[in-house]
Design a protein around this ligand. Structure first.
Ligand SMILES: [Fe+2]
Length: 328
């Protein structure tokens, strides 16, 4: 399917083998923070949580850290915060920096996502192009499309979408196998599920124990025969029904689960958890409404989620042998 917001530029394409090279760096604890969406208060919350770690974590912002920050001051805050750590390219950053006007928001939305959502997303990107400084684009354009990090002797692959495309949807919750009927019903998913064999094949070719991703909006985690997929949903938006916290993926050589983990798993000493990003909702909402008042495309697409979360429950995101953290 073609058209702005539904296109898949050649620049998005890579192969799992492209992740199989030397690790970019080694970490005891790694945060993978996808989908800040321009929420500076979520950025503050991520950095505050990092300070509370016994060992300072390395932080990778794996794309879409910009999006709703159509305010030069907020945009500059995100730029400064993200580039003080590690970052990879998301489709928002790609769309901001490429010359191809037909890319729209760059989301490569599948057919089951409504046209109105795609249209509004393209309009959000149009506005961001107008309000963000041109001088920031070269640094964004130079970001890598994926990253491999070593944690506790394990290699961890980080992508925005999936191991074949920067804006791929094959690691969306609704695509995961075994299929979740509620996820299919809520999203209208009508594609082929991404089987365990596919995930294992990707991880073997990438030579990684775990794959961390984001992009598709809803979080989930699952262990596929010793290869863990962790999609953090959005760090800067609510993820679960009735909750107003973002989510990040924490990977650590310390096998003890963090007290505030929402859910997680351990594989061969590698601890992988979803942590809440407890940002200041009132301040984020105020920023959002200033930039995206009622009737604007950002408001139409995101106001309800910011206020009420999604349909998702923690039980839907906690798949297979992954365990919800019910506290001590
Ligand atoms: Fe994305």
């Amino acid at each position: 399917m073609a058209g702005p917001g539904r296109s898949c530029p050649v620049a998005y394409r890579y192969r799992p083998e492209d992740l199989a090279g030397a690790a970019a760096f080694t970490a005891t604890t790694l945060y993978v923070v996808g989908g800040l969406y321009g929420n500076t208060h979520a950025l503050d919350a991520v950095l505050a949580r990092a300070v509370a770690e016994p060992v300072r974590p390395e932080i990778v912002f794996d794309g879409d850290f910009h999006y709703l920050d159509a305010d030069p001051d907020r945009f500059a805050e995100i730029e400064a915060g993200v580039h003080a750590h590690h970052a990879t390219l998301g489709n928002v950053e790609y769309a901001l920096t490429c010359d191809d006007a037909t890319v729209g928001c760059g989301c490569d939305y599948p057919g089951y996502v409504a046209d109105s959502v795609v249209t509004n997303s393209n309009l959000v990107l149009d506005r961001l192009r107008e309000t963000s400084p041109v001088g920031s684009r070269a640094r964004l354009a130079a970001l890598p499309r994926h990253l491999t990090v070593e944690v506790g002797g394990h290699r961890v692959g980080i992508v925005h979408g999936d191991p074949e495309s920067l804006a791929g949807w094959r690691l969306a919750l609704e695509a995961a196998y075994p299929s979740d009927p509620r996820a299919h019903a809520e999203t209208g998913f009508d594609g082929e599920p991404t089987t365990s064999a596919t995930v294992v094949d990707w991880c073997r070719r990438a030579d990684v124990t775990a794959l961390c991703c984001t992009h598709t909006g809803l979080p989930w985690m699952q262990d596929f025969s010793g290869h863990v997929v962790a999609n953090n949903g959005c760090a800067g938006l609510p993820n679960f029904t009735g909750q107003r916290t973002g989510l990040l993926t924490r990977v650590s050589a310390d096998p003890r689960p963090p007290d505030d983990a929402v859910y997680g798993t351990v594989h061969d000493g590698l601890r992988i958890d979803a942590l809440p990003v407890r940002y200041d909702h009132d301040r984020w909402r105020a920023d959002f409404l200033r930039a995206w008042p009622p009737g604007s495309p950002g408001h139409v697409n995101y106001a309800a989620r910011i206020a009420d979360g999604t349909w998702l429950t923690v039980a839907h995101a906690t798949r297979g042998t992954v365990r919800e953290n019910r506290g001590p």
